[in-house]
Design a protein around this ligand. Sequence first.
Ligand SMILES: [Zn+2]
Length: 285
Amino acid sequence: MHTPKRRTFPLPAQSMNSWDKILSDPQDVTIEVIETGHLHISNMFFLNMKHPNAKGLKKEKITVPVYCYLIRHSIHGDYLVDAGLDQSFQENPHGNIRGLLRKLFWPLKSYQKKGQDIGTQIKEKGIDLKGVFFTHLHMDHISGMQHLPKDIRLVVGKDEPNYSFGPLFYQDNFAGVETLYEIDFDSARNLPPLGRCADIFGDGSFWAVHTPGHRKGHVSFLVNGKESVVLLTGDACDIKLGFDMGVGPGFGSYDLHEAQQSLERMKKFVRMYSQINVFFGHEIP
Ligand SMILES: [Zn+2]
């Protein structure tokens, strides 16, 4: 499996220092939702069943969409958040994930219709992609990368590992990619109640939000557009039920306690600013 080298993402000078200011000055940036398939998965991955608020919830299999998002900035161009499923999932519910233990480490099934993969959709839309920002490196968020350009800016949270176990479980999603850029939130501003947030273009339009827990380097995003303001939770909150009940992500997460704290910061933020639309990792209400 090819492993790109890591470098620190060069953050521009950070603009504003409070959400009151930032949200009162939305920018020329829009968001489009792109669906790349479905997962059939146990809800215990999405909801921490041991949390007191989860009392009464039943374990069950659910079917949810796999999203990525096209972020279009009037000056900086077009970027994706996540790359979704690649076309190998059209043939096989484990796609081209390899290794003897792939069913153990990826205990879910993924489905994709013809033409639904990100490579095809980007081509059809005629998009000149400038880069991809990843919420985290789980396979349903990165495998589409196999069919995207390699010489664009690819960005992850600092210390986010590529989810693999040597030859026993891997998918070669970054073949041909030289460098992954890491956002170092230590050099970003603390913007309560969300915590550390990085102003990606330096104009207040598009923010990376430090939401560790589901994964070590998990990142959520905020699109501060004139048409709409959208918080992309990523898998820091997979479904609306988790957000509404205050139950963080579940089984398979890196640190359940940290994940719960990340969820609670986002809940507080959304309570404070009623104009914010929330798109969950695997549900858009
Ligand atoms: Zn995930």
